[in-house]
Design a protein around this ligand. Structure first.
Ligand code: HAX
Length: 389
């Protein structure tokens, strides 16, 4: 029996039906989210890691230490050697309905990769996810947008450099896109144990299904507009506003709120200050696309929106989150179709979710793993009845 010092939380009726907000339910060894400081990966503030090699940061999540030069080279080789999406998966992708959202294609693609590539070993499958999803996602971009057939990978380039090569954005600036996506990938990789896509992935994995289906479920969570798809909704809102003049932005934001819409890219379930991941991206934007009109509009929103949201005492965090500006940067670097932005979030978040699944399946509880998820739901308004006379 736990003694009183073990009590972390007293549950009251008011806590029911609040989306498990704030309930301690597990431990996380890859990252932590401080309401003011934002996310850190194994103790390092994310802003300090933003410009590190993406593979270095992925290694950190699995090994809890940054790699030496030798360990990094070994890890890069391990990932590069696992590149390769089976031809039948590519064929099936080409048969998917064009009306499907790119995230629906990703969810399907992960299940297809599970059918063709799963090893059944949680760690090996996690590494395979990191290695194979850039090719899968680049193919989704190319096939859906009619950019041509998938391009053959060049894994020796490095994870993101290879992804930019695989995308082959028509008329794009690969160098700019590479600079942006390296940072984007690191910033989105993990966000504590309780973000929705990660919780869903871990919950599904707890039934001892496989890594690929668990991640497909997690991506279904990321697809929602209150989670990962906020980056698509956010650029759409920035485009709707479309003018960086502060008075204009102020009026447009108020109109949006009056119409009962949220302001995407602002607010957070845990954070209570400006997200450091947004800060890194605002700074990067000043280097990559300082004069871009959409970027300037997003920069104006950074000051105008919090002042307006603060007028509503219910809103616990009026500040920019990770999605506030990412879309304007992607747009300025040649990826101008917002429907694809959550796909890039997914690409980046998959290694983090996979690392947490590995911990819950084979590392926690002395390697026994976390048992199947089974939270308690309190039965309400169900008086005992009978259809017998
Ligand atoms: N615009 C308008 N209203 C907002 C708001 C915003 N940006 N942020 C919060 N609110 C409203 C909520 O809708 C809620 O209203 P109701 O009580 O009427 O339902 C109220 O303020 C209190 O919300 P909260 O306690 O401050 O925040 P929640 O934990 O309930 O919600 C959300 C957190 C991120 C879902 C919320 O801030 C939101 O909808 N933001 C806009 C969408 C967005 O940017 N999502 C991405 C978040 C980052 C992420 O997960 N990326 O993947």
């Amino acid at each position: 029996m736990p003694d009183s010092s073990d009590v972390l939380f007293t549950v009251t009726r008011g806590h029911l039906d609040t989306g498990l907000r704030g309930f301690p339910v597990g431990s996380c060894m890859t990252s932590a989210v401080d309401p003011i400081q934002g996310v850190s990966y194994v103790g390092y503030p994310v802003a300090e890691l933003a410009y590190r090699d993406p593979e270095e940061v992925a290694y950190l999540l699995y090994h809890r230490e940054l790699p030496t030069a030798e360990q990094l080279a070994e890890y890069k080789k391990l990932i590069a050697d696992r590149t390769g999406v089976p031809a039948e998966v590519m064929t099936l992708l080409k048969a998917l309905p064009a009306e499907g959202h790119p995230m629906e294609w990703l969810i399907t693609g992960l299940v297809l990769l599970g059918m063709t590539c799963k090893t059944g070993d949680w760690l090996q499958d996690a590494y395979n996810v990191t290695a194979k999803t850039p090719e899968l996602i680049a193919a989704i971009f190319r096939i859906r947008q009619g950019w041509g057939d998938p391009i053959a990978p060049k894994p020796e380039l490095g994870l993101i450099e290879n992804f930019v090569h695989l995308l082959g954005v028509p008329g794009g600036d690969p160098e700019k896109l590479d600079t942006l996506l390296r940072v984007f990938y690191v910033l989105h990789m993990d966000h504590g144990g309780g973000n929705l896509s990660t919780v869903v992935g871990k919950a599904v994995a707890s039934s001892k299904t496989d890594m690929w289906s668990s991640l497909a479920a997690g991506m279904a969570g990321l697809y929602g507009p209150l989670h990962g798809r906020a980056n698509q909704e956010c650029i759409e809102a920035v485009m709707d506003i479309g003018d960086p003049e502060p008075g204009f932005v102020d009026r447009a934001v108020r109109e949006r709120l009056a119409a009962g819409k949220v302001i995407p890219g602002f607010g957070h379930a845990v954070l209570r200050a400006e997200d450091p991941r947004a800060q890194v991206q605002y700074e990067l934007g000043e280097k990559l696309c300082p004069n871009d009109k959409l970027f300037r509009t997003a920069v104006t929103m950074r000051t105008v929106v919090p002042a307006i949201l603060k007028e509503n005492p219910k809103i616990q965090n009026p500040y920019p989150n990770v999605d506030a500006v990412s879309g304007t940067l992607l747009h300025a670097c040649g990826l101008d179709n917002a429907e694809y932005y959550t796909l890039l979030f997914g690409l980046s978040r998959l290694p983090g979710i996979a690392a947490q699944i590995v911990d819950e399946r084979i590392r926690l509880r002395d390697g026994k793993g976390v048992p199947i998820y089974r939270p308690k739901y309190v039965a309400l308004n169900q008086p005992a009845r009978s259809i017998k006379g």
